[in-house]
Design a protein around this ligand. Structure first.
Ligand code: AKG
Length: 269
């Protein structure tokens, strides 16, 4: 089972996080400090924006638009659609999204508050990771761009048994995901056995996934977990992801401290 980490249990927290990054590339966080009210308000915003008619969503984001906002269903992911802000650290990208999608002032406020809270949480986890690996305390993830994505899986009785999102690993460093609190379907690949393990919902919690950048940055210590989303229940599934990507304009490179004769540098930037 994917590790469940209670952030209120401070003793051993750093070690638990690093171990989960190494062995699972995925863990669920309890008592993460983001209010349940904010989680639920964000979910409502996500649902109402993705419930807009398809024609409007397409119009909001014409193909070829820089930083594609609307991702319509495609051949491989027929029941999946998403809305995304390419970089929350870029006021222009955020504004562009708000204008294109016609977000109300109240919805804006929730998106900004939520993404800020999740970004703060991601930075805290980044700090724990740096500490757990015995690296010095400089802010190593400062200014790393951050993509915000709202997902809707249009599940129905006809789609049960189908794929919601095909198997992939996330390209960035770390993803903080609010999965649907009722509708299951997220599955991760166990690093050691290759088996698919379901990540069952626990209301009020968040899921963290490590991506490709984390594997390279950690000199191969962290597992960039492969995952997919299946449809097992005939109900709409909503999830909201904050992707901390790789450093802007910089090659991803493992800190020298993670390199020694037993652990030679695996990836040349
Ligand atoms: C992704 O956004 O990369 C996902 O895999 C979403 C996972 C989910 O919807 O639970």
């Amino acid at each position: 089972r994917v590790p469940i980490i209670d952030m209120q249990e401070l003793s051993g927290l750093t070690e638990k996080i690093v171990k989960a990054c190494e062995e699972w590339g995925c863990f669920r966080l309890l008592n993460h400090g983001v209010s349940l009210k904010l989680l639920s308000e964000m979910k409502t915003v996500c649902r109402s924006l993705l419930d807009l008619p398809l024609e409007i969503k397409k119009e909001n984001s014409p193909p070829g638009h820089a930083g594609q906002i609307y991702r319509p269903p495609n051949e491989a992911n027929r029941y999946f659609e998403g809305l995304s802000i390419s970089d929350m650290t870029s006021p222009a990208a955020v504004d562009d999204f708000f204008t294109q999608v016609g977000v109300t002032p109240q919805q804006r406020e929730i998106i900004l508050k939520y993404s800020q809270a999740l970004h703060d949480l991601a930075k805290y986890l980044g700090g724990k990771i740096v500490e757990g690996l015995g690296l010095s305390g400089v802010d190593r993830f400062k200014d790393w761009p951050c993509q915000f994505q709202m997902n809707k899986y249009n599940y129905s009785p006809e789609t049960v048994g189908s794929i919601g999102a095909i198997m992939h690993s996330d390209p960035g460093f770390l993803t903080v995901l609010q999965d649907d609190e009722l509708v299951n379907g997220l599955e991760v690949v166990n690093k050691f056995t290759g088996d698919l393990v379901s990540v069952d919902p626990i209301p009020g919690t968040l899921v963290v996934n490590l991506g490709d950048v984390a594997k390279v940055w950690s000199n191969g210590r962290f597992y960039n977990v492969k995952h997919r989303v299946q449809c097992y229940q005939p109900n709409i599934r909503i999830s909201i992801a904050l992707f901390v990507l790789g450093a802007r304009d910089k090659k991803v490179e493992a800190p020298v401290e993670l390199e020694d004769s037993e652990h030679p540098r695996l990836y040349i930037p």
